[in-house]
Design a protein. Structure first.
Length: 319
């Protein structure tokens, strides 16, 4: 399992960590140790394909491509503010960009940008491929569209009007429905959670959060029957702070956290181990010191805790 540690913005102290879950061993600073130089500023996203590990280093305007076993650099792809990366197939990938309305198609054989496309909204925060379509969530406060691209030629096929602004997270569930989490509470955009038919593109249901609730990091459990997401207040003082769990058949949002954060802390990363169902949580500790990862069972019992780099923001589980 890999941990993307963002670092503290502007300080160039992002780092890549790995955890051997079977041996309970943590390996740190993998890129720096293998290449003799820092990774960069804000490690935002990790994706694996074959023996290649793709690292989106957002504020360094680059994607580092390394060997997933030795962590030696294979290539560096210049991209403006890379935010997320979707592998379309073994030859192609799609990358989103923060602050820009551009998305980039990558040639994975040569590790170069093949094509640049433009959407009407900025901040392509997440992609999700369903069949021959790619759904794009643009975390733009003025956007309430979920864009649908053809996975072959990346042409715009449709746009789904959402009940809320600033879509940010996408998952599919056990019933093959698509869920979109939208909102940006700090910018006055009330969070919403929408269930969508990915074939007809019709919205099947929508849940409205309280206006002062800041919802983030939507994921599913291994069965696809349960959704998890974070409630985040950066002061650590909000009653909303914690992890929330919701059955996909529920008719309302959960009123209380499944797991409440401690006093004066909040969670920043959320992931679910695809085989065990254990819940992994990243604690940034203000992005001023080394962060921590806590592991809980699916019944909210603490299993483990270990130290990682500054600002753990994403987990990537590998077989």
């Amino acid at each position: 399992m890999f941990v993307a540690c963002e670092g503290s913005y502007g300080n160039g102290n992002a780092s890549l960590y790995a955890v051997d879950e079977s041996q309970n061993v943590v390996y740190g600073q993998l890129f720096k140790n293998a290449n003799g130089e820092p990774l960069g500023d804000v490690l935002q996203w990790i994706t694996v394909m074959g023996e290649k590990l793709f690292l989106c280093v957002n504020n360094s305007d680059k994607i580092e491509v390394v060997n997933r076993y030795t962590f030696k650099r294979l290539a560096t792809i210049p991209v403006e503010k890379p935010r997320s990366l979707l592998i379309i197939n073994e030859h192609r990938a799609l990358v989103g960009s923060l602050f820009h309305n551009k998305i980039y198609e990558l040639d994975l054989d040569n590790c170069v940008v093949k094509k640049t496309l433009e959407l009407s909204a900025k901040n392509a925060e997440q992609f999700l491929k369903v069949g021959h379509e790619i759904f794009v969530a643009n975390w733009d406060d003025h956007c309430r569209q979920l864009y649908v691209l053809d996975s072959e030629d990346l042409s715009l096929k449709d746009s789904i009007r959402l009940p809320g602004f600033a879509p940010q997270c996408l998952v599919t569930d056990a019933q093959n429905n698509l869920w979109a989490l939208a909102g940006n509470q700090t910018e006055g955009r009330r969070p919403t959670l929408s269930k969508i038919d990915p074939v007809s593109h019709q919205i099947l249901d929508t849940f409205l959060f309280d206006t002062d609730f800041n919802a983030m990091r939507l994921v599913t459990d291994p069965s696809g029957q349960f959704l998890y997401f974070l409630g985040v207040n950066y002061s650590g003082q909000s009653a909303f702070n914690g992890v929330y769990k919701m059955n996909i058949d529920d008719e309302m949002l959960p009123a209380l956290p499944w797991l409440k954060s401690g006093d004066f802390e909040y969670f920043w990363a959320l992931g679910v181990q695809p085989h065990t169902g254990d819940v992994y949580l990243g604690l940034p500790k203000g992005f001023v010191q080394k962060g921590a990862v806590r592991v809980y069972s699916s019944t909210a019992i603490l299993q483990n805790e270990f130290q990682v780099g500054v600002g753990p923001g994403m987990f990537y589980f590998v077989d």
